[in-house]
Ligand binder design. Structure first.
Ligand SMILES: [Ca+2]
Ligand SMILES: [Ca+2]
Length: 557
């Protein structure tokens, strides 16, 4: 299904990223994937080293008279080449190495690239053993994963980039401008090893959506509190919202089970999406073991269930069913990745006329005792590294730096003026007729995150969705908070978490369904907390606390 949606709808892969989580498999309770290595958390200021390297390096950098300052070319010496190991496009009909955008970046850089592209679908399986056996013969390598465990770092496969910061003006500026990602990228030893592509973290995230026509019929605005929300659902239940003469065929809301934590957790102060969360003072807790607020959350959902406002079969609801209901005007509230708003839901509504007045439109998160929020995503994407065996690591550093420059990001996001996009009289951009053809645009090399550190763009997505949808996204951005961050782990931490977390998550998922449907009485909530403790939650939590302390140190460094 993911593939189908991709080929039908997407011109940039920002949505591909958004959809990664909606394939249905992701458990909201799931903690971020974890990692490797022992020892107590580093106590020294972790980014100090990086900062010093950046400052010191700013001056250096030159090759025989020519100084690379962040714009093409990266060298004036003829005949230079670099070997890059990366992956093919996920579109099987796209030859990414020969796509116009990719060829232009390479040509402008002034060096030749010897591409070694491994199939997108097998990249991890193929490249992981190549790295572990030392058989990857390339200067620049796209990692098969994010090296959360610092396995590659600790085995000395890659160069610390700090020593080349003098040749990386774009990257060092980017680090300065993105302190969260800089902290996330800073390894335990204080060095930075990877140049990342990025995902959009705060835009087009999952959100609450209302049928605006029903809201108007009910004479209500989009609710902002749980109480108003319940009143709205009750109204939908009691009235003939679709005017077919039957007051009882409406299903007030259609929320897939995985999205319930996204939708209702924040009103109780819980980030059930990340699972682990830190308060303003840096205290780390596991939201599913919050004995006060998580209990209230379950009681609330159990109440909705008993009142018939959360459907009996809520755990088996899927996106296709939601779309079918909307196309039959049977439901008033949805919650999904923002992309669905105009691209999958509003467009099937019988009376949709292209305006927000007749659509499913995003709204503010619900508040309860706590103010509502939406949870964003970790922005770090594909990681690129320079091999310890690289022929000319300085040149590789310059190449990666150039490949992440603003000039290249423009190319990745929009392509080439007059070809894939045009600039309007008011300075705004839009894709050309050709550029609006997704197959053509993919073959042109749009968003080549498979081979370069590309950053997903909000602007190029704005032009793909309905205007009111782009506006809704801009409105909702203010509610999006950072998720639990990417943090490098140690071996010992990873062992502990891998050993215990699966059972904890299973227990959490089963218990949530049992409490919500009432098959397990709320009087057993304390027993549930005891069961999590018996599954070693306190040990996992202790590790999360250590990791978060490391992250904070790097962030504040
Ligand atoms: Ca009704
Ligand atoms: Ca009806």
């Amino acid at each position: 299904m993911k593939k189908k949606i991709l080929s039908m709808l997407l011109a940039t892969s920002m949505v591909a990223a958004a959809l990664t989580g909606c394939g249905g498999g992701q458990t909201p309770a799931q903690a971020p994937a974890d990692t490797t290595q022992t020892e107590a958390p580093a106590t020294e200021n972790k980014t100090e080293k990086v900062d010093a390297d950046i400052e010191q390096a700013q001056a250096v950098a030159e090759d025989s008279g020519y100084v690379y300052e962040g714009t093409a070319p990266i060298t004036q010496e003829a005949g230079k080449s670099i070997k890059i190991l990366a992956e093919t496009s996920n579109y099987t009909n796209v030859d990414i190495a020969n796509a116009e955008i990719v060829k232009k970046v390479v040509a402008d850089s002034g060096v030749a690239v010897d591409w070694q592209l491994v199939d997108y679908n097998n990249y991890q399986d193929t490249v992981t053993p190549m790295l572990s056996t030392g058989q990857a013969d390339a200067d620049i390598i796209l990692l098969p994963d994010q090296d959360t465990n610092q396995v590659y770092i600790k085995s000395g496969l890659f160069q610390p980039l700090n020593q080349y910061f003098g040749s990386m003006p774009n990257f060092t500026k980017w680090l300065h401008d993105n302190p969260v990602m800089k902290a996330e990228l800073t390894a335990e030893d204080g060095n930075i090893y990877y140049v990342p592509g990025t995902n959009v973290g705060k835009d087009y995230q999952p959100c609450l959506m209302y049928n605006v026509v029903w809201l108007e019929k009910a004479g209500m605005k989009a609710p902002e509190t749980l109480d108003d929300f319940v009143a709205l659902l009750q109204y939908y239940k009691d009235n003939d919202m679709n005017d077919n003469g039957d007051k009882n065929d409406e299903i007030p809301m259609s929320i897939m089970a995985d999205f319930l934590p996204y939708m209702f957790g924040p009103a109780f102060g819980l980030d059930l999406v990340s699972g682990f969360q830190a308060d303003a003072d840096g205290n780390v807790t596991y939201a599913y073991a919050d004995s006060e607020n998580y209990k209230k959350y379950l009681e609330f959902l159990n109440g909705l269930y008993k009142d018939g406002l959360l459907e009996v079969e809520y755990t088996s609801l899927d996106r296709d069913k939601v779309i079918e209901r909307i196309s039959n005007d049977l439901t008033g509230v949805a919650y999904d990745f923002s992309w669905a708003m105009s691209m999958m839901y509003s467009n099937v509504l019988p009376y949709y006329d292209g305006t927000a007045d007749k659509a499913f439109v995003g709204a503010a998160p619900l508040s309860g005792d706590s103010k509502g929020f939406y949870v964003g995503r970790v922005e770090l994407g594909n990681m690129f590294a320079i091999s310890t065996n690289a022929q000319d690591p300085e040149l590789c550093a310059k190449f990666l730096d150039y490949a992440m420059s603003d000039a290249c990001q423009e190319l990745y996001q929009w392509g080439i003026e007059g070809e894939s996009y045009q600039v309007n009289a008011d300075g705004s951009r839009e894709f050309t007729e050709k550029g609006k053809d997704n197959d053509w645009l993919q073959q042109f090399g749009i968003n080549p995150s498979f081979v370069f550190p590309a950053q997903q763009s909000v602007a190029s997505t704005d032009v793909l969705v309905a205007d009111w949808h782009a506006k809704s996204n801009a409105d909702l951005r203010q509610y999006v908070v950072d998720p639990w961050p990417f943090i490098y782990s140690t071996d010992a931490e990873t062992d502990t978490i891998n050993t215990y977390m699966t059972d904890i998550q299973t227990k959490v998922d089963e218990s949530a369904a049992a409490f919500i449907t009432g098959t397990r009485p709320m009087t057993e909530f304390d027993a549930y907390i005891g069961e999590l403790d018996a599954l070693h939650l306190p040990e996992v939590l202790e590790i999360r606390k250590q990791q978060y302390a490391r992250y904070k140190k790097a962030l504040n460094g």
